[in-house]
Write a protein that binds this ligand. Sequence first.
Ligand code: NAD
Length: 481
Amino acid sequence: MKSLSNYINGEFVKPLSNNYLDVFEPATGQVYCKVPDSSGDDIQLAVHSAMNAFPDWSSSSIDERSSYLNTIADLLESRLDEFAQYETRDTGKPISLAKSVDISRAVSNFRFFSEYGKQYEFESKLNNDSSINTVIRSPLGVVGCISPWNLPLYLFSWKIAPALISGNTVVAKPSELTPFTAFMLGEICTSAGLPPGVLNIVHGQGNSTGNALISHKEIKAISFTGGTATGRAIATKTASMFKKLSLEMGGKNPAVIFSDCDYDVMLETVVKSSFSNQGQICLCSSRIMVEENIYNKFRKDFVEKVSTLIVGDPIEDSTQIGSITSKPHLDKVLTYIELAKEEGGIILTGGKPVSLKGRCEEGWFVEPTIIDGLPNTCRTNQEEIFGPIVTIIPFKDEADAIDIANDTEYGLSATIWTKDLDKAKHVARNIDAGVIWINSWLVRDLRTPFGGMKQSGMGREGGTEILNFFTEPKNICEQLS
Ligand code: NAD
């Protein structure tokens, strides 16, 4: 059985303790490889190597750094199908999604920041009658990037690319549940000739490896994506160390459907926004809010469409719903279905684990599930489930829609469906969420700020926001004589 390695100082190395964790293929429920269960000593090695690499990397030209990122994007793209297969094996997501979304977007992340970094003002001048102010934005030093299991390489690269283009060196920790493509990224970096120590990838568990990374005094900033409880723990732990923090966390996103929407486009897109990647995308709609005059029609049509989704082996091109990414997460999702029933919810479709035949008979599959009849205030509608489970909730009018949409601790994203664009914009301005789509979902321009409000996030990623995060401004003021 293959054992993955850490990638430190440009080399693949074993964890110093020689301890490993099992990695499961969720579609089969079987262990298929081992990943280092790294300790603080491995983190120390990685930070040391990143510190050594920092002077040269931070003083290299933007064109040099851009060229490395572009080469990484090219090499990744040339192995897109292979990476997609490994991403599917690790996560259980349909292979079509791994190709079209996960790995394609990882390529775009490197390519985008390779170009965007060249347009960023690392140095700017502000003159007035009495002084010249030169504002320099410098890299921070060694930064930590921590990512979750739902979009492994996509989110890993979304952090690493801007950190590197800004001149930082990086110690990155992928999720211990889905480490394979992060491991393969080390191969790509070696092929691209990335100088040793510029990017170090250390595998392991959150409360040991992750904790050692965030606590290390030389880690100047932490870019984290994961659950709100973990984000809170990281913020608490690092508060006295004054590290820069960017936290992208959970959500409970509303889809607000008005009766005057383009119904067919809405229906098709809401099925995707609810169940893509088995609902395990932080931006998935989980509370489907429907204007009451089309509630019954929508409920019937939505159930009809969702009940035909193909749950199957994620390596099959025809599969639309793959497996849940881990056994504990499967158990959590099933517990929420039971909770919804206890709270008085009616399961309109789904609600049960799925047993497939053959290769996947011990895999972790759940039927896409729609629940009706629950008030927005109940736990099912307030807590993040992060699985193929949505509730449908009626609303009366615009004001009622805004109230329900905002009645949650989270504020990551929302979708609004109406042909009346004035109404859509009014609702969008009044919903507390960092990303709002009108008549669409998951359309992304990587220059725009990405992130959440309330318990969903602190700071923003994307475009200038993340380059500001990964740099420190300094103003040098010359008085004019
Ligand atoms: P998680 O918080 O359990 O883990 C995320 C990462 O943090 C993993 O690499 C983990 O090992 C590490 N970690 C855990 N404890 C740590 C600690 N004490 N110190 C340092 N690192 C630690 O999240 P998850 O279960 O992997 O991912 C699912 C969650 O991620 C969901 O809540 C989802 O909404 C969220 N998410 C948010 C976004 C976003 O952009 N807002 C995107 C994707 C996923």
